[in-house]
Design a protein around this ligand. Structure first.
Ligand code: FE2
Ligand code: FE2
Length: 504
């Protein structure tokens, strides 16, 4: 049976086996967290008064930022959130009601791995660094700042969503993601303060000054200046853009700079929930749409919309947009920066230590795509120069596995259409395909063809207006908006009708 696409694309991106999430914790020794101090931490902050003072000086500025740019009008809500209380993989979180400005944002690193060695690059086999090597200082600072900048950016992008939550369960998940992105900012600011002196402290201030989408002081990376105007966008963002976070963090978790590696390993533990929110959120939208399509025996998008649910072609166009924007976050296909980071031992590949090669990549090659007239061609380039592309390919395989699980929901409903990831050259703004016109199937097209079809490929103003028209706040415990199915189970073994957020 030939399966029909849900939108403009039937192209199925090359599937590679999805790889398991990097083991989140490096060791099995639990490290307790000091909750008595102003800044909860497991890094012995009370042993370093100067550092402690610097971070305590930054803390009120962070809280000001949270009040100004964090979730709108949420200050007095009691939210049922998890808070990190240890880095023991068997039980690191405590669940309970908390008002978000009182959330205990802290600094948690996974325990050091004894005798850990640098796994790749020119320093391969040497002991990892606990201090920044002088010659790599500015490069490493840039890497940390770029990662750190994405964390508050997403909180800013999602600031308004609480007003249109489809349920208390979803509202709680939004807030959970937000507070943990805030904690990820703490993780990066700690590294800046602890290892980069005055420059690091200045970068810490600047991280609170940039604003997502601001013309004068934008966030560093493009996708983090886009809007997240509705919950479909939020679920796409957490499925796709938080997954970019997973891959970037996994690459940094290999770093020869051990404090960075250990920070990122713990961040990955939290990140897994964000990906769950995205994948299950879209899965529930699909499930609800399929139920309505079956019940009323309808397929035409306008008929589906009349029932107050999101038609699958609209979902496909949202997917096309968010996927292509997120692919740009990996940077150019051929990148001397990526090569330098790798050679220096600062940023590895995804699951570096599981890869069976020399981990230096001398003489190795990797395939990248190029555009030649009206065709895409594959060329082989030096593997060290192609590290962005390799990480992007690992990411795409992981996304594809999620899309396959969504398609199982459609298949189970007995409907013929399928969602697909667009080709990686589609709608790109960075790298080889920046400015090129390539359709979702991966075929270069003329400007006229692009203009003619782009409404079928990318979410339109009408699509956004329709999705927006469905958004309305559902704030009664146990009720779910019409356009989304309830989840399979609640959070922390609580019921679907649990009061996940209490409005004071
Ligand atoms: Fe994050
Ligand atoms: Fe995240």
């Amino acid at each position: 049976m030939r399966l029909a696409p849900c939108g403009g694309s039937a192209f199925v991106v090359r599937f590679r086996f999805a790889r398991r999430l990097l083991s989140a914790a490096a060791g099995s020794v639990p490290m307790s967290i000091d909750y008595a101090s102003k800044i909860p931490n497991n890094v012995g902050l009370d042993q370093n008064k100067q550092l402690q003072r610097a971070l305590e000086h930054w803390q009120p500025k962070y809280l000001d930022w949270w009040r100004e740019m964090g979730p709108l009008e949420s200050t007095h809500f009691d939210c049922y959130l998890r808070t990190a209380i240890s880095v023991d993989p068997k039980g690191w979180a405590h669940f309970g009601y908390v008002k978000m400005p009182d959330y205990r944002w802290g600094i948690f690193l996974t325990p050091p791995e004894q005798d850990r060695k640098i796994a790749f690059g020119t320093h391969k086999g040497q002991p990892v660094w606990n201090d920044v090597p002088g010659e790599y200082r500015s490069t490493l600072r840039r890497v940390i700042v770029t990662q750190g900048d994405t964390e508050p950016a997403s909180v800013e992008q999602q600031r308004h969503l609480g007003n249109t939550c489809p349920s208390l369960y979803d509202l709680r998940n939004l807030y959970q993601v937000n507070v943990e992105e805030g904690r990820h900012l703490w993780a990066m600011v700690y590294l800046l303060h602890a290892h980069f002196g005055r420059d690091g402290r200045e970068e810490g201030e600047a991280l609170l000054e940039r604003r997502s989408g601001d013309a004068d002081k934008p966030r560093i990376l493009g996708a983090f200046n886009e809007q997240t105007p509705d919950w479909l966008s939020f679920f796409m963002f957490t499925f796709l853009t938080d997954r970019d976070g997973k891959y970037q963090l996994a690459a940094l978790a290999e770093s020869g700079f051990d404090p960075l590696a250990r920070s990122c390993r713990f961040m990955l533990t939290e990140e897994a929930h964000h990906l769950f929110v995205g994948e299950s959120g879209i899965g529930r939208v699909i499930q609800r749409t399929c139920e309505v399509m079956k019940k009323h025996d309808i397929e035409a998008p306008d008929q589906v919309r009349m029932q107050g649910v999101i038609d699958l072609p609209t979902l496909q166009r949202y997917l096309n947009f968010h996927f292509s924007v997120t692919l740009d976050l990996y940077g150019g296909e051929v990148s001397s920066n990526a090569s330098t980071f790798y050679a220096m031992g600062l940023k590895g590949r995804f699951e570096e230590e599981k890869i069976d090669d020399d981990h230096v990549l001398t003489g190795a090659e990797y395939p990248v795509l190029d555009i030649a007239g009206d065709k895409l061609i594959e060329k082989r380039v030096n593997a060290q120069l192609a590290l962005n592309e390799r990480l992007r390919d690992d990411y795409i395989a992981d996304c594809q596995a999620g899309v396959d699980r969504w398609n199982k929901i459609i298949e189970k409903a007995g409907l013929p259409c399928r969602l697909t990831l667009p080709h990686k050259a589609f709608n790109r703004k960075i790298g080889t395909f920046a400015g090129a016109r390539v359709n979702p199937q991966g075929k270069p097209v003329s400007e006229a063809e692009w203009t003619h079809h782009s409404r079928e490929w990318l979410a339109t103003a009408e699509d956004h207006a329709f999705v927006r028209s469905l958004m309305g706040r559902v704030s009664e415990a146990g009720r779910y908006a019409n356009w989304i199915a309830p989840p399979a189970r609640g959070i922390d073994n609580k019921g679907l009708d649990f009061e996940y957020v209490r409005f004071a």
